[in-house]
Design a protein around this ligand. Structure first.
Ligand code: NAP
Length: 289
């Protein structure tokens, strides 16, 4: 049996085991996938242990995405550019680190490609996922400009300094999320993305831009959060006629890409999506996302 897992801290609520085990079962694969709570100090020893036990692949989540970079033998271009690893492939003594969040966000936005090229994107947040999004946008969609709106300006500036070398056709600029210029800028954006945890369960009445509703019907609005599926941010955007995408799409696609890297098989996402949605609805009705 091929063994896989997800490592994080905490990890109890991860949907990755359900995602991958459902795929194994649908495809009749002799594989298993478990969640492992690894505290940061134990990460190097844990990776060695997974290697010794013959694990084939690991997903890596908060808080280990950055620290895993220095624990692998080989990095893909995407993991290096983003500065984070979310997928590890173990083959013999060799460990490769990849970043499938880049693919995940690109797949979530693919149907809106014409709305992104040569247009303005407002990206709220400057953490690990915002880095993957900024890289995916400049590498796959070439917007004219990405405006990074973050609470901490220094972090947004650091993201720009690291990603700018890859940006051939896109200019990057930082702004404070509380700057009133953001309100003036929002109407010119074709795409608005929330890459912060603001609005996630249990603080579902919060939105990263408060109740400011400068959305409009020509916009595409993506929230990385999927608990709840419709955040306050997406609900405000939807009321203004914007097309909205929940973070579930990115979650499904980043997992499907890891699966493909490890097994060379496509994950049957159309059959798996209802299983994950059902689990999310169950958690929402028991107030336990
Ligand atoms: P991270 O590295 O910790 O970054 C968090 C970002 O959110 C930072 O820019 C931070 O601003 C900002 N932030 C946090 N609390 C805030 C607050 N109260 N007010 C304003 N800004 C705040 O986290 P991450 O890994 O990028 O993850 C961000 C979100 O994306 C999380 O909700 C995560 O669950 C979600 N996510 C979803 C997927 C998916 O597949 N759908 C994948 C990855 C991540 P400062 O710099 O000022 O601290």
């Amino acid at each position: 049996m091929k063994r896989f897992g997800v490592i994080g801290h905490p990890i109890a609520h991860s949907l990755s085991p359900l995602l991958h085990n459902t795929a194994f079962s649908l495809l009749g694969l002799d594989c298993s996938y478990e969640a492992f709570d690894i505290d940061p100090a134990s990460l190097p020893a844990a990776i060695r242990e997974f290697k010794d036990q013959g694990f084939v692949g690991l997903n890596v989540t908060i808080p280990h995405k950055e620290s895993t970079l220095s624990l692998v033998d080989e990095l893909t271009d995407e993991a290096r550019a983003v500065g984070a690893v979310n997928t590890v492939t173990l083959s013999g003594s060799h460990v490769r680190g990849d970043n499938t969040d880049v693919y995940g966000v690109a797949a979530s936005l693919e149907q809106y490609r014409p709305e992104i090229r040569d247009r303005i994107v407002v990206l709220i947040g400057a953490g690990g996922s915002a880095r993957a999004i900024a890289y995916a946008l400049i590498d796959r969609f070439a917007p004219a400009e990405i405006v990074i709106a973050n609470r901490t300006q220094r972090r947004a500036q650091e993201l720009i300094a690291d990603i700018e070398p890859y940006a051939k056709e896109t200019s990057l600029r930082a702004i404070s999320v509380s700057d009133e210029n953001l309100d003036r800028l929002m109407p010119s954006a074709s795409v608005v993305i929330n890459a912060t945890p603001v609005g996630m369960f249990p603080l579902v009445d919060h939105s990263p831009i408060g109740d400011r509703t400068s959305f409009h019907s020509n916009q595409v609005v993506l929230d990385l959060i999927y608990t709840p599926l419709e955040t306050r941010f997406l609900s405000l955007a939807s009321k203004c006629g914007a097309r909205t995408i929940s973070g579930l799409e990115m979650f499904l696609h980043q997992g499907a890409r890891s699966f493909e890297i490890w097994l060379g098989r496509r994950m049957p996402l159309d059959q798996i999506r209802p299983v994950i949605l059902n689990q999310l609805h169950t958690r929402q009705t028991t107030a336990e996302p």
